[in-house]
Design a protein around this ligand. Structure first.
Ligand SMILES: Cc1cc2nc3c(=O)[nH]c(=O)nc-3n(C[C@H](O)[C@H](O)[C@H](O)COP(=O)(O)OP(=O)(O)OC[C@H]3O[C@@H](n4cnc5c(N)ncnc54)[C@H](O)[C@@H]3O)c2cc1C
Length: 362
């Protein structure tokens, strides 16, 4: 008999797990709260930058390792999906205005500290003088006199990925149930069925340590701008990034607010994000606003992900915070190993937390 899998949530983890398990011949059914045409996930709003080193100054070291591991996994996943998904592994850039040089120096010191803990195999950060910066990113405002290049970073087109995972999953026989909010206890447990709870912040009634961290992003069409790689602006008050997607689409983000408010983007955040983008490239003044999104990142106490046993056949996978795309392949590989063998080499190797939960609140 084929083992069946019930997945709650069709965000990033839900879709990647559904596809990965269907490929291994499991019988998979996904239940998602939102309708297909009105997606309400962090996955849909995200910029999908894959930036282990840039993130390293503000996250736990295992996340950096999960990120480098996942950067090697994404090309295979994308190739298997056989779809035209924009994926770039072309490095990222850190820049700052001269008056904020002290913020950049602090960042660089933190970066060097992390680099000491990384294997030699990972490319290091490179300091760029004016000429090197101009050669790397010729279209950048001349106001920037120096920068830091992180060669081993990338990004992908999250929406094309989500669409392809759905399509390929359906082809492999996954059943998707839209507008179907569920919780694990809605399903009887038995030894032939696994339940995977991937509801992001929606899991909070069953995982009290979860909290939301609001993020706001703006998508623009900016034909006058030609940035080639994700670029971060160091700033004491308004640190932002710009992720260039295909066809002159740029994602400008993201605020980081300790709040579970999922209402529309505020005027303040809009002003801050767009003003900062304009200082990076004046061509953003003539850009056309396509969207402004606000979503909450599902976050656990130490801002690190965890896989939790709710019971023998139910796993909750959550807390991907601002690193979902950066680390999802690592988390999914670990989950598959747990389902198939009851243990996970990947989780041990990458220090992914696996824990028991005896405090299920239904
Ligand atoms: C503004 C923003 C920018 C980001 N930028 C990046 C980035 O550049 N790089 C990066 O790596 N990460 C980024 N992230 C983080 C990334 O998007 C998340 O870590 C990731 O989406 C988490 O995946 P998930 O599947 O756990 O949750 P989600 O993607 O949120 O999916 C959860 C799904 O569960 C559904 N659900 C909720 N309740 C129920 C229920 N009761 N029943 C059924 N379904 C339910 C929801 O509708 C949703 O579809 C960003 C996030 C935000 C908000």
């Amino acid at each position: 008999m084929r083992q069946s899998i019930i997945i709650l949530g069709a965000g990033l983890l839900g879709r990647l797990l559904a596809y990965s398990l269907a490929k291994k011949n499991y019988q998979v059914a996904v239940f998602e709260k939102s309708p297909l045409e009105h997606q309400q996930s962090a996955a849909y709003a995200a910029a999908a930058m894959l930036a282990p080193l840039a993130e390293s100054v503000s996250c736990e070291l295992p996340i950096v390792h999960m990120g480098f591991y996942s950067l090697t996994r994404w090309p295979t996943i994308i190739e298997e999906l056989n779809a035209n998904i924009f994926f770039q592994h072309n490095g990222s850039l850190i820049i700052w205005h001269q008056q904020d040089a002290s913020v950049a120096r602090h960042f660089q010191t933190q970066l060097h500290q992390v680099e000491q803990h990384l294997d030699q195999q990972y490319a290091r950060s490179v300091h760029l003088d004016t000429l090197a910066l101009k050669n790397l990113e010729p279209n950048l405002s001349p106001a920037f006199g120096e920068g830091i290049y992180l060669p081993n970073e990338g990004q992908l087109d999250n929406r094309a990925l989500l669409d392809s995972l759905l399509k390929k999953g359906l082809e492999l026989g996954v059943t998707y149930n839209w507008q179907s909010p569920k919780k694990p206890s809605d399903f009887p447990t038995n030894s032939h069925t696994w339940i995977l709870d991937c509801r992001g912040l929606g899991s909070r009634p069953q995982w009290q340590a979860l909290r939301g961290v609001r993020g706001e992003v703006i998508r623009v069409f900016a034909p006058e701008v030609q940035l080639q790689r994700p670029t971060r602006l160091m700033h004491p008050k308004y640190p932002i990034y710009i992720a260039p997607k295909k066809d002159h689409i740029y994602v400008i983000g993201a605020t980081e607010i300790e709040s579970e408010d999922q209402s529309a983007i505020s005027v303040r955040s809009t002003l801050e994000l767009l003003s900062a983008a304009y200082t990076i490239h004046s061509g953003f003044a003539e850009a056309r606003m396509l969207e402004a999104n606000a979503q909450c990142r599902p976050t656990l106490a130490n801002n690190s992900p965890a896989i939790q046993y709710l019971n023998d056949q139910t796993l909750q996978i959550n807390g991907l915070y601002r690193h979902g795309y950066l680390i999802a392949p690592a988390i999914v590989d670990a989950t598959l190993e747990l389902i198939e063998t009851g243990t996970s080499h990947t989780a041990r190797h990458l220090a992914i937390q696996i824990q028991e939960n005896h405090a299920n609140i239904d």
